[in-house]
Design a binder for this molecule. Sequence first.
Ligand SMILES: Nc1ncnc2c1ncn2[C@@H]1O[C@H](COP(=O)(O)OP(=O)(O)OP(=O)(O)O)[C@@H](O)[C@H]1O
Length: 244
Amino acid sequence: MSSDVLLETRGVTQRFGGLTANSDVSISIRRGEILGLIGPNGAGKSTLFGAIAGARVPTAGMILFEGRDITRLPAAERCRLGIARTFQVPRSFDSMSVVENVMIGAFVRHANATMARAAAYDTLDFVGLGGRAETSAGQLTPPEKRRLEVARAIATEPKLLLLDEVLTGLTPSEARLGVELVRKVQGRGITVVMVEHVMEIVMQLVERAIVLNLGQLLAEGAPAEIVRNEAVIAAYLGDRHRAA
Ligand SMILES: Nc1ncnc2c1ncn2[C@@H]1O[C@H](COP(=O)(O)OP(=O)(O)OP(=O)(O)O)[C@@H](O)[C@H]1O
């Protein structure tokens, strides 16, 4: 495997009873890129994130991170190796303060609470939530909660960050800030894979996109190629993106 490949899935299959959520999915994630993972609802995008982050061991197939087989490694160990994810529905501890929520991530790298707190404050400044550090997480607005989710993941100091629909449902100005934040994350040397349905965001942000449909890899390429791919138009985009 070439060293510019950070993570590779080989033939990953995930069955839930009779349903095959991922079917023989082989993809490579290149070091330093922003990769889009797109496809219709139920295509298996979040399931693939789960396989990469260690939510469950896939039914079949293999996952390699920096050339190492991590297929059976627990999520916490993958996190220590440098894989972090956010969840589609933010998972904050609402009775705790914002900074305490981020400390949960920072403890992955800092055993000492003072150092974890300092790292959490830095991360909150980085994501633009520095002014909300002492607020209860439950009082954050929905877009702020998404940022908190990103902050907690970044505080683990990942090499690979999996973002599950963090920019979906935002107003245009919030989405613009979100796009800036993802670029800043990449600027830190973190490789980003993002599940995103809003094609305007995908088109401006990602360098390469992978399309899943019915659990299978349907297409991959530059966003400008993807939006012209007949199979992708038929399965996902519809005619409105034909001329994009
Ligand atoms: N833990 C589970 N048990 C049973 N079925 C599941 C489980 N997780 C996902 N599925 C099913 O697997 C399929 C793929 O789901 P997944 O959430 O990965 O799709 P997705 O592409 O992320 O969809 P969306 O864009 O709606 O989030 C769906 O049919 C879903 O209902």
